[in-house]
Ligand binder design. Structure first.
Ligand code: PLP
Length: 429
């Protein structure tokens, strides 16, 4: 025990001397209460959310408002990764094990509302999108409906298939006026050649929550394959993929889930495992032995068939710790908090007379609010906010916008929303 402590201190001191202090939780920092998820936590309970904020090494020298780009990880996640690296590097093993994988996938199932067997680990949301796009049995002339507000991570694979194989992309502009309008826009694009529907759960551009359940009903009515890009939803709000009714759903581990960078989750519904063909194959994609003489091999019966080759166990253990962290706070509590902050920002921007690109409707705007300042380039706005107000936001060009996006997660506060409003006011002035 004494020896282990000594070694840890010595390695921390050494790392410190080298200019890389290890990020570890201060010993005086209280744990988050274990029972948070079981009670309703007021988004304005300052003491509680301040305690949540303290769980992150994230600098306070600036305000971090770009979770839609990348989420910050709490100490518990960093420690879980560090410890797993230490454990595995000492024995030089991958650490991959059925039991460990399954345990972590059960947590993912709680976050996404599905079975552990329906989850595959990926390196990011983009990989999940690409697996689905390239795995669907589409022919030349088959049509796929998607939006004009896609993130490059979902759209490039589809565009490449269009170019390479002659599938046809049909696009619609998401309306921020009414959910029904989007359902009508999709319905108008459906023809006898339509095979698939690929849409984001929450748009990267305006943070609009699309009515994915109703759209799923429309897709099912026309027997379309239905893919939802959930990069911006998992970890921000409760998600239930079974209720959405999609065949597949991809998300990042390193945005709202607050996991290590280079992690993602792909859900594929049990009955779609043979529909969406696993194309990148290798160790862990199959069960049993392959036979070179007959050419026979067997896919893994679960979504694990989409995993291939050696993966980083420490990163996925870190993702498991991140999901535990979120589940301990409770997804409903997180969503209420994030949504309350976003509402305060949206209303504040409205009061300032700024153009808000995000929907005004309560059930359509998420914890990301996007706004446009007249006659100002987005780069100018993000630079001003960063330099003068220490606010890290993100410029938005997607969907043809010249706008700025603010993401609000568990580590953000109402005081920070006020600071954004002051910054915007500073620019208007
Ligand atoms: C809607 C959407 N899809 C996909 C991605 C790509 O995510 P990743 O970097 O995890 O591949 C993003 C990233 O911002 C996104 O917003």
């Amino acid at each position: 025990m004494y020896r282990r402590k000594f070694l840890r201190r010595a390695s921390q001191a050494l790392a410190g001397l080298m200019g890389f202090p290890l990020l570890s939780k201060p010993s005086s920092l209280p744990e988050l209460p274990f029972d948070s998820a079981e009670r309703e936590i007021d988004p304005r309970d300052e003491a509680y959310w301040a305690l949540v904020r303290e769980q992150f090494p994230l600098t306070k020298e600036r305000v971090y408002l770009n979770t839609g780009g990348l989420g910050a990880s709490p100490y518990v996640v960093i420690a879980a990764v560090q410890e797993k690296i230490n454990e595995l590097e000492r024995i030089s093993e991958t650490g991959h094990g059925e039991e460990l994988w399954r345990g972590m996938k059960e947590k993912a199932g709680q976050i996404l509302g599905c079975k552990a067997e329906e989850i595959a680990y990926t390196r990011n949301a983009t990989e999940g999108c690409a697996i689905v796009c390239n795995g669907l049995p589409l022919q030349r002339g088959d049509e796929v409906i998607t939006t004009t507000h896609e993130h490059v991570g979902n759209t490039l694979s589809w565009l490449a298939r269009q170019k390479r194989e002659g599938i046809v992309m049909k696009i619609f502009e998401p309306s921020t006026n009414a959910a029904q309008e989007n359902i009508d826009r999709i319905a108008r694009l459906i023809t006898p050649r339509t095979r698939a529907l690929s849409i984001p759960h929450i748009t990267t551009s305006t943070g609009q929550i699309l009515s994915v359940k109703q759209i799923g009903e429309l897709a099912a009515g026309h027997k379309l394959w239905y893919f939802v890009d959930g990069a911006q939803a998992a970890g921000m709000m409760p998600v239930n993929v079974h209720e959405i009714g999609c065949h597949a759903y991809a998300t990042s581990g390193h945005k709202w889930l607050l996991g290590p960078k280079g992690t993602g989750l792909l859900y594929v519904r049990e009955d779609a495992l043979d529909l969406i063909e696993a194309k990148h194959l290798g160790g862990y994609s199959n069960i049993g032995e392959f036979d070179m003489t007959t050419g026979a091999f067997q896919f893994h019966p679960s979504a694990q068939r989409y995993e291939y080759g050696t993966m980083s166990t420490p990163l996925f253990v870190g993702l498991g710790a991140a999901m535990d962290f979120l589940l301990r706070i409770g997804m409903q509590n997180i969503w209420r908090h994030n949504f309350a902050l976003a509402t305060a920002l949206r209303e504040g921007l409205n009061r300032l007379g700024v153009e808000v690109n995000s929907p005004q409707a309560q059930n359509e705007h998420s914890a990301m609010i996007t706004f446009t300042l007249k006659n100002r380039a987005r780069e100018e706005v993000t630079k001003f906010l960063l330099e003068k107000f220490k606010l890290r936001t993100r410029g938005i060009y997607e969907g043809g916008l010249n706008a700025v996006r603010v993401s609000l997660h568990v580590y953000n506060s109402f005081a920070e929303v006020e600071r954004v409003l002051e910054g915007v006011e500073g620019l208007l002035g």
